[in-house]
Design a protein around this ligand. Sequence first.
Ligand code: GAP
Length: 451
Amino acid sequence: MKENKLEKIINLAERRGFVFKSYEVYGGLRGFYDFGHLGVILKNNIKNLWLKDILSMQNIYLIETPIIGPRILYEASGHIENFYDRLVECKSCHNRFREDHLLKGEYGEIKIKDNKALCPLCGGELTEARNFNLMFKTFVGPVEELSTESYLRPETAQGIFINFKNILNSMRAKLPFGIAQIGKSFRNEITPKNFIFRIREFEQMEIEFFVRPEEADKYFEFWVEKRFNWYINFLGIKKENLIKHIQTEEELAHYAKAAVDVYYKFPFGEDEIEGIANRTDYDLKRHMEYSKEDLTYFDEKTKNKIIPYVIEPSAGVERIFFAILCDSYDEDEMPNEKGKLEKRIVLRFKPWLAPIQVAIFPLLSNRENLVKKAKEVYELLKNDFRVYYDESGSIGRRYRRQDEIGTPYCITIDFQTLEDNTVTVRDRDTGNQERINLEEINDYLKDKFKL
Ligand code: GAP
């Protein structure tokens, strides 16, 4: 299973409507993906679990800022000057590569001639590497000139920094406190790849946590632990598939003093799903310099004005989504209705994370009394759980369809239900069935979906 696990997951995600390639009817656009019904629900579940965790801290405030920002914002943040990858182009086939990825052999085996790397695709000569800025440029309004030049944000963070004073004053915030934002970011990646891992439009969940400079190291450690454990406790990702990667000097972004990444062991290799960085006072200082606004904090303790340091946990929703799919994908065998073992695909999502939590089936679709009762059960549960009613095909097929999309429980309404008001609840992972009275079903399920 290992060799083609990646293709199997991608295939399942597309077939069952989690993810589709964008603009496919027009041949597609590399680095862009659409999310289907189940995908949107899963994404929202991820974001809600992130919010649930951080909002329980009481000192994190939310914000939502525009996707497009003026040139001066990104001059101040340093992105115009520093946010680039090194690009090389093949002089023969004109394919373009990220130099660091090329040298790591990610486009294929590197061929060397006269101490110079050659094109991994055609063996042609490569150009010298040049800087390629990853930001998408546009103009706001009808006039295209430097003063209207704007950029799609490459991170949600800058909208947060420039709102530091607004949140500080309106929320009467005291250090340490955080400002958090979920939203789209855009990067014109040279080579998008690995399905939804490296894409050009993606969602970030970012916190800028403002602290006293002398407490930055302490809070850096705090956030590394907190965020690492979130993947295990809130998403149910297996601990052995997660790694803490300490960034080397060369890996650090232009604004960071230290950073630890959370890596997931994807089928294509281990790679980053979140980064936790110590951004120091870099951003607030730069925005003070460029905007001439006072972004200092008056410290009641010392009666001094200070510029807080920032600890930033920054996670990508699509990468987490992908990690969850990889972590929960499984194949096993289950007895069918005749007791014969059959292969099945199953997504073992944690119950609270599953897009559909409970599927409800009448045993037979042509028995009016069973259908009527099943619809009553649907009505009974629809406000408390994400439920799905299905009456088509054999019960065995209906189970398999739900297994594939990770539905943890299936309820079947059969003839006994009509007599004693009990239903069978079938567990996705074990296939075991329990008979539960409908008067208790709500509490029974609530208990199963507890985080
Ligand atoms: N504000 C800090 C920042 O943006 P980053 O490490 O460049 O840091 C943070 O990005 C997270 O955003 C990454 O860990 C990843 O999950 C996600 N991300 C970055 N680039 C991405 C891309 N091209 N495709 C999908 N997700 C991406």
